[in-house]
Each structure stands twice: as structure tokens, then as C-alpha cells.
Design a protein around this ligand. Structure first.
Ligand code: PLP
Length: 396
């Protein structure tokens, strides 16, 4: 097929065009094969063309596609039950993207505060360098000006504080705050985990001020860190949480989860979505949930994570390009040394030439978010290719 240029220019044109995928391998339109360590940006948690997901999708496709949220549908009931049975939450709102889940989370926090404490309690505190999506509300919540510049006027009553700085968060708090919103690991800006003390302090401060803690687990959730949700590592429970990316493992699906007490403010008709919880999406999500939330998958994540981190540290020592690895489970960043700051995109292109797909996370970190089912052999092959790419990059 001839490639035209009818896509809006907010997306740049990629020189590699994937055509086919299987497990952790991708083939482009020229037939060149790649090891995929990018996982479609932490989405393809079960690899490409997973046979169990194909079966769940095709079975549902033969049964019922869409009926709107005027009617309850069975696959969404099933997935909601799995999410509730395995998390802090009592209620689930389904939607189609991470931004929509965060939009719902922030709207619910405002509505809850409004219903219980009056309209003055509306301020939301988020972190500098955070990423929460691309709707106007969520780019404003996100702590990166480059995503909101030029789109004003922006929604108000949103303050940004430095991440992992307890004192700054304390100072920013007040009784007019309705929510603190954080990523447990800042994904897009560099795979930077919150400290244990910071998340605990955020929890305590929120509680003390009758505010809610919203955790954005769009990237960190659904097994990527070695537990179903990342906050389980911290022993901190949110009031509201967003999930997307791996939730549908490649089918567009997102969710906002909340406690009963908070969810009660989403009264009938107060929020909605045409496609949210669509039977095709939730049938896939329900199967994906079972495959991710299993002993065998968590064991694989743990073993592969060790190999990945050790190998990045070894490449760092040998080449001097990285300071080392950070992150959790199979959401890992290789942090560039200060002299190479801003070069992660260039490294990603060297990797592509060697036949391995990796991600940038900001300018200073190369990010890995492979399939949670990646085999030892595929990971080793991908990292061999990555090492060759790093050496070529270092030599030029
Ligand atoms: C990807 C991401 C989003 C946005 O998700 P979309 O599906 O692109 O709207 C929000 N928050 C975090 C932490 C993300 O990684």
C-alpha cells in the first residue's frame, strides 16, 4: 500500500512501519524483524496477537458488539467484578483512554468535594513533570508546560509541586484542596518512582485535609511493576485510581476505580461515555485480566525484570552511556549520563536500526515496557541488539 500523508502533523512520520506482530516480535512492511521491548507504550502486556485474546475478541464479535450504556452489558459486569475483587475499589467507571479515566477521576474528586464540603473546595495538586493525558483538563493537570502551551485558557485551580518533595506538598496543601493526583512512577517523564515516604505523606496529607488521593496507574497498573497495581508495593491506598494502557492489552479500554463513598457523587447522568465499557473492549479486558493476574505471569515478570535491570547496569558500566537502571518489574528506564542528556530519541533510532524497539521517556531516559510474557530468549536477543546499538551510538 502506498503511504500517504493524510494524518495531522502532531504525529511525526515513522521510518519503520510495522505490519505484523507475534508475541514479542514485529515485522515491518519490508519484512525486517524486530524484538519489541516497547510493548506499544506499556499497552501490549500480553504480546502481539495473543491467541487467548484473539479468541475472547472473536467470540464476543460473534455475540454482541455494542448496545450503549443505556443497557447493562455482561462483559463489563464481569470485568468490573474482577477489578473490584482485586483492588481497594468498590466501583468502576469504564471509558476508552487514560486521559478519559483521569478526566473522570478529577471530575469525580471535584464533584465529591462539592457535594460534601461546598464549591470552594476545588483545588487539585499534581506533580511537576507528571503526565495525565491530552484532554484540556488532563494536560493542565499534567506538570509539563510543553503539552498545554498555546491551548489556553486552561481550567483553573490546579497547582503543581515538585515530585518526591514532601515539604513542598505540605506547603501547597490547604482546606480548599479536593485532591492530590500522582503517578506512583512518573512514566512519560523518565520512569521515576515515588519514594515510599512521599506516597505515604501524600496519603496522610490528603486525609488530614479531607482531600482525596488520586493515583494515575494508567502506565504502572495491570502487572507492569510485578503486582497488579503499583501502589500495592507502597502499602498506600488511593480513593480514586485510573487504569488504561495494559487494561485492554491492545484494545482501547480504560477505567476509573473508586471507593463507594466517593463514587456516590457520580449520580445518575452526571457523567458518561458512549463507548465506555463496550462489550468488545471489556470481553478482551476480562480475559487479559486473568492472564495478567496469575502466578505464572508474576513469576515471569520477576525473573525477566532481574535480567533486564542487570543487563542495563552491565551495559552502563561497559559503555558509560547510562548511569544505570531504575523502575520496577517490566517498566524500566535506562538513565543517560548527564553528558548524553537529551539523546534518548537518538538512541531509540540506533536501536531500531539494530532490530529492537525501545521507548523514550523524556530526553534523558530510554524506557523498556515489554510484554509481561516475554520469554528469556526474546529478552536476551532484544538486549543483545540493544547493546550493539548503544555501542554504535557511543562510537559516533
Ligand atoms: C499514557 C498515559 C496517560 C494517557 O493515556 P491515553 O490513553 O493516551 O489518554 C495518562 N497517564 C499516564 C500515567 C500515562 O502513562
Amino acid at each position: 500500500m502506498q503511504i500517504t500523508n493524510h494524518i495531522t502533523p502532531n504525529f511525526t512520520f515513522s521510518k519503520m512501519i510495522p505490519q505484523k506482530g507475534l508475541g514479542s516480535r514485529i515485522w515491518d512492511v519490508d519484512g525486517k524483524e524486530y524484538v519489541d521491548l516497547s510493548g506499544g507504550i506499556a499497552v501490549n502486556a500480553l504480546g502481539h496477537c495473543n491467541p487467548d485474546l484473539i479468541e475472547a475478541l472473536t467470540e464476543q464479535a460473534k455475540t454482541l458488539w455494542h448496545c450503549s450504556n443505556i443497557y447493562t452489558n455482561l462483559p463489563s459486569q464481569e470485568l468490573a467484578k474482577k477489578l473490584v475483587d482485586n483492588s481497594f475499589a468498590d466501583k468502576v467507571f469504564f471509558c476508552n483512554s487514560g486521559a478519559e479515566a483521569n478526566e473522570a477521576a478529577a471530575k469525580l474528586a471535584r464533584k465529591y468535594a462539592h457535594d460534601n464540603f461546598g464549591e470552594k473546595k476545588a483545588r487539585i495538586i499534581t506533580a511537576i513533570n507528571s503526565f495525565h493525558g491530552r484532554t484540556l483538563f488532563t494536560v493542565t493537570l499534567g506538570g509539563q508546560k510543553k503539552y498545554s502551551e498555546g491551548f489556553g485558557p486552561l481550567p483553573g485551580a490546579i497547582d503543581h509541586v515538585p515530585f518526591n518533595d514532601i515539604e513542598a506538598l505540605e506547603k501547597a496543601m490547604g482546606d480548599d484542596v479536593c485532591a492530590i493526583m500522582l503517578e506512583p512512577i512518573q512514566g512519560e517523564s523518565g520512569v521515576l518512582p515515588a519514594t515510599r515516604e512521599y506516597l505515604k505523606a501524600a496519603r496522610d496529607l490528603a486525609t488530614r485535609h479531607d482531600a482525596l488521593l488520586i493515583l494515575d496507574e494508567v502506565q504502572t497498573g495491570m502487572g507492569h511493576t510485578g503486582k497488579l497495581f503499583c501502589h500495592e508495593h507502597y502499602g498506600v491506598l488511593p480513593d480514586i485510581m485510573s487504569s488504561a494502557k495494559a487494561l485492554g492489552s491492545g484494545f482501547p479500554l480504560a477505567a476509573m476505580l473508586a471507593t463507594d463513598k466517593v463514587a456516590a457523587s457520580f449520580t445518575p447522568g452526571s457523567h458518561g461515555s458512549t463507548f465506555g465499557g463496550n462489550p468488545l473492549a471489556t470481553a478482551v479486558g476480562s480475559k487479559a485480566f486473568d492472564l495478567i493476574n496469575s502466578e505464572a505471569t508474576y513469576k515471569n515478570i520477576e525473573a525477566r525484570s532481574k535480567e533486564l535491570m542487570q543487563r542495563i547496569d552491565a551495559i552502563a558500566r561497559e559503555t558509560g552511556v547510562f548511569t544505570g537502571a531504575r523502575g520496577m518489574g517490566l517498566l524500566v528506564g535506562a538513565v543517560l549520563v548527564p553528558e548524553k542528556a537529551g539523546e534518548s530519541g537518538k538512541l531509540k533510532d540506533f536501536a531500531l536500526d539494530e532490530g529492537v524497539m525501545v521507548l523514550q521517556a523524556g530526553g534523558n531516559v530510554v524506557r523498556f515496557a515489554p510484554s509481561l510474557l516475554i520469554t528469556e530468549r526474546d529478552l536476551a536477543e532484544g538486549l543483545d541488539r540493544f547493546e550493539r546499538a548503544v555501542k554504535k551510538y557511543a562510537a559516533c
